[in-house]
Design a protein around this ligand. Sequence first.
Ligand code: 13P
Length: 364
Amino acid sequence: MTHQYPALSAEQKKELADIAQRIVAPGKGILAADESVGSMDKRLGGIGVDNTEENRRLYRQLLFKGDERMQECIGGVIFFHETMYQQGDCGTDFVKMIKDKGIVVGIKVDKGVVPLAGTNGETTTQGLDGLSERCAQYKKDGADFAKWRSVLKISETTPSPLAILENANVLARYASICQQNGIVPIVEPEILPDGEHDLKRCQYITEKVLAAVYKALSDHHVYLEGTLLKPNMVTAGHACPTKYSAEEVAMATVTALRRSVPPAVPGVTFLSGGQSEEEATINLNAINNCPLARPWALTFSYGRALQASALNAWRGKKDNEDAATKVFLTRAEANGLAALGKYEHSGDGAGSAGQSLYVANHAY
Ligand code: 13P
């Protein structure tokens, strides 16, 4: 058996655990606003707005300037590098704007996916080189948590044992480096919704992937109380002919988590993965009403499902900014309620909130 050498002091552990708890306090979740410049091109292109640094700043500003309702339901905001160093019109740093609301600032630190040669189109995620130095700098600049996204695909032949092992290991290595720098790692092994597979197959794969991730985190001596998990919900593939209810999705999701995620993990913050805004809220609400014991906070870390209606309301026009902020807050509040299992259907399923946000082979 390997010997355990000290990795973190009691003070370091306490700091990490406190940060994680603040992010997933009851009724709170995460706004993922860390789209890379490339992903912003797709988002802004969809509403006919040029992907310039200034337009990205204006767009992020309308999300960040939400009134006191925002801190009731948002515990953390994930930034992209560029956004960390931008300011609002008033000259205040975005980081300060968010921290002044009592919201924790996070930073995406991975550098995107690259092919795993010899596999059927599978990938690993790069960004470990220089990560410790980058984390130390981000911590000084106000970030207290980070995100690293790994991607797995379901098909007849995937995910392969290599992709599962490699991505689990790279996530664990990233998590260990973050913790050494006082940064809470969000561990994100995203299983894409592409494919025709049914709910059972997604559940099976999710269990295997998460089990491998927690084995690797243990091997790397990662302090689980100072981490958060960001998984996909267990859903059928996008092209599956069978449709499942929110209760079925919730049961499959909570069952998979119970089989693989230790209770020491304080929170599970789901990605929305191309679900419509309303679907993502309803599924989260069902998860929080699932009749199984749930030892972790179960909440949201949505990108598309918190932003799609706001983007549409904005369309790059100054006059629309306040309306767009309001639309964003409405979705954030709905998800805050869903995190408590108290969301009541808005009946907006037929409107823009009901529109699918699925993108094949989604990059971030
Ligand atoms: P979606 O909620 O749009 O899936 O994205 C969340 C995210 O941060 C993916 O890394």
